[in-house]
Design a protein around this ligand. Structure first.
Ligand code: PEP
Ligand code: MN
Length: 266
């Protein structure tokens, strides 16, 4: 059950390599929006590891608004993530878009269910039968209660390794890609024992806003961050405008580490 009432202790989700998230364990997930090539993913993996990220993200199956936009490298992208993991030791976080793709995710460390699939209930049931951490992103227009009910779908199948992710929601404001719901962090902490990660990249859509929102999310008590990093953002095949260079990411890590001891704990 997701409810804090029946489970007062924070859940600590154990990921591969002894990496834990939740219950005071703070982790940063970083990497490109999409895997684009062997050189790109391996280079970014090394850079984010040096800066202090403990998990590597990279999309292989991409939920793009336009069918003519880059759809991801698919199975080949998963293979390249495995190669980057072998080279750096960083566990992998990558998105599944459909149940039929799950056999390819056997060696993926954390399976991401994206915002657009937050209420794909059949997919939630299926990943609920796995013994693997699931990063569940809040839907574009979903309430916290709906997010928690989606987490409940996964847990009801026996998989209690659920990490929630606030990634911004749709509002009337169009100056930013989404509106980051910072209050969701301390509020979710009262409702549930599950760890909460914040994605300031998709929440803002603007690279210069990633640092202040990463700092704010850390101060508000997030258990981790997910940040998009690209070796050459202006040439990225997806989400370049919100992607940080490795240098900018290292600067964000420094600021976040200064704030961590001061973070709100409830
Ligand atoms: C992503 O993390 O690459 C992604 C597509 O995010 P979201 O589902 O939050 O839009
Ligand atoms: Mn993206």
């Amino acid at each position: 059950n997701v409810n804090r009432k029946f489970h007062p202790e924070d859940t600590v989700v154990e990921i591969a390599g002894g990496i834990k998230i939740g219950g005071g364990n703070f982790q940063v997930i970083a990497g490109p929006c999409s895997v684009e090539s062997e050189d790109q993913i391996c280079l970014v993996a090394r850079e984010v590891k040096t800066a202090g990220a403990r998990l590597l993200r990279g999309g292989a199956f991409k939920p793009r608004t336009s069918p003519y936009a880059f759809q991801g490298m698919r199975a080949e992208g998963i293979d390249l993530l495995m190669e980057a993991k072998e080279k750096t030791g960083l566990p992998i976080v990558t998105e599944v878009m459909d149940i039929s793709q799950l056999p390819l995710f056997e060696n993926v460390d954390v399976i991401q269910v994206g915002a657009r699939n937050m209420q794909n209930f059949e997919l939630l049931k299926e990943v609920g039968h796995l013994n693997k951490p699931i990063l569940l992103k809040r839907g574009l227009a979903n309430t916290l209660q709906e997010l928690l009910m989606s987490a409940e779908y996964i847990m009801a199948g026996g998989n209690e390794k659920v990490i929630l992710c606030e990634r911004g929601i749709r509002t009337f404001e169009t100056a930013t890609r989404n509106t980051l719901d910072l209050a969701a962090i301390p509020l979710l902490k009262t409702m549930t024992h599950l760890p909460i990660v914040v994605d300031p990249s998709h929440a803002t859509g603007i690279a210069s806003l990633v640092k202040p929102m990463a700092m704010a999310a850390t101060a508000a008590g997030a258990d981790g961050l997910m940040i998009e990093v690209h070796n050459n953002p202006s040439a990225a095949l997806c989400d370049g405008a919100q992607s940080l260079t490795p240098e900018a990411f290292a600067d964000v890590m420094e600021a976040v580490n200064l704030i961590r001891p001061l973070a709100y704990k409830g």
